[in-house]
Design a protein around this ligand. Sequence first.
Ligand SMILES: NC(=O)C1=CN([C@@H]2O[C@H](COP(=O)(O)OP(=O)(O)OC[C@H]3O[C@@H](n4cnc5c(N)ncnc54)[C@H](O)[C@@H]3O)[C@@H](O)[C@H]2O)[C@H](O)CC1
Ligand SMILES: [K+]
Length: 492
Amino acid sequence: MQDHPLYRSDSVRELDRLTIASGVAAIELMRRAGWAAFNWLQRRYPEARRICVLCGPGNNGGDGYVVARLAREAGLEVQLAALAEPRSDEARAVAAEWQRIGGSSRSRLPDDLDRADLIVDALFGIGIQSALREPAASWVRAVNDSGRPVLALDVPSGLDADRGCAVGAAVQADSTISFVGRKQGLYTGRGRALAGERQFDDLGAGSAAQSGISASAIAIDRRSLSAALPKRADDAHKGAAGHVLALGGDLGMGGAIRLAAEAALRCGAGLVSVATRPEHVGALLAGRPECMAHAVPEHEVPPADLLARATVLAIGPGLGRGGWGLSMLEAGLSAGKPSVLDADALWHVAQGARPPKRAVITPHPGEAARLLECSVEDIQSDRFAALRLLAERFRCVVLLKGNGSLIADGSTQDPTPSYVVDAGNPGLAVGGSGDVLTGVIAALLAQGLAPLQAARIGALLHATAGDVAAEQGQRGLLPSDLMSPLRQLINA
Ligand SMILES: NC(=O)C1=CN([C@@H]2O[C@H](COP(=O)(O)OP(=O)(O)OC[C@H]3O[C@@H](n4cnc5c(N)ncnc54)[C@H](O)[C@@H]3O)[C@@H](O)[C@H]2O)[C@H](O)CC1
Ligand SMILES: [K+]
């Protein structure tokens, strides 16, 4: 599995401290950071000639002085502006090395920032915990307004490296190179967007695991897929891959349950049944005859023998918030089977319905806000904290959707790490995309994956399919466009 451990800033500081205690001088770490950043600069921006390095008062700024010196020694045209004098001994030392080779440092932002080929953001790293004060905030806004590519050192300045949010102004980076430990806040929410392309260098620091420092989360990407997918035996028969029963599709929302059912088929479920409004049965069978469709009129529930035959339930796509939807949900929950609860099923959960232990709930930030009785801003201001609260409250597997979806398992006593899906793009933020995800996870549950694994791999599969589909453009990406890449990836 290509899993990357992610850390909170305090753990990275501890690793930093242990590395220094092991005999690597702090200035040596800073020089290594500068070297790693300059090497990345040369690889990623080979055409850049005019570099503007912006240094802050802390050690992030120190990294910037090293980059400026290396760039000047390599013959690039380098301007350096310092927000304030460097504060630590090591930052002062590398600033002196910059001056020794003739480098100057102005205290005002260059007024020709927009003529730089590249801006190096060495203003702030993991040392901020609140909205940037002035003049830092104005410098950050000027950087973003310049329209020039930005290489951020360690963390885009202004971003909270633990929560993945920016309370005030924050740099929009083209790429970010982080040091020593990957910061969790760069992998989800706004942090994933602000970081741009991420690069990492451990600076030769000891591995966190060896130092007893535990990861706060684990990032999984498409390279994790093939090892984790359920394998199909050569003599497999359709019953071996389970039977998904999808419940939903209230009046006017027949497409949602169709998308979930088709995604379940495309991801290898052996049998897929749909229980939906009578009005949708004809169209559903015409469009996807591989499904079995059962009409559930008003005031009725899915037949007991159908619920008994299903191995997995997918409840929620187009379910609606009325009595019909609630009775469908209650019938499904009474079956006590591994279930995926999404969309309006979560609305009913917010009203008091309880997910079973072997459930996966898949709220987007708005649904999470309703479940936790807070605002969407609260959710997005610390997605990791929101995930833990949801897992603890509902005691099941939670998939918090969004840029860098998060997964945690609240059904066990011992806390499992949070998983971060390092894939996906804004093209997936369209109606129907969540219905497809519900079908994907249901298919993996039906093929025997445990709820946590089905949620992790299902979310990764769905996001990666979105990245494949987005190769033809993010705009106009329809959830139906995911079906073909899903089929390719599930057979990878
Ligand atoms: N282990 C590693 O990852 C390595 C880290 N290095 C670099 O060092 C920084 C962390 O340095 P630190 O001095 O602790 O913090 P910053 O450089 O981020 O700056 C903090 C600086 O900023 C001032 N400040 C704090 N809050 C605000 C605010 N809201 N508005 C304005 N100013 C603020 C505060 O006074 C501090 O002086 C890390 O990110 C790496 O880049 C090592 O060099 C390599 C190993
Ligand atoms: K920075």
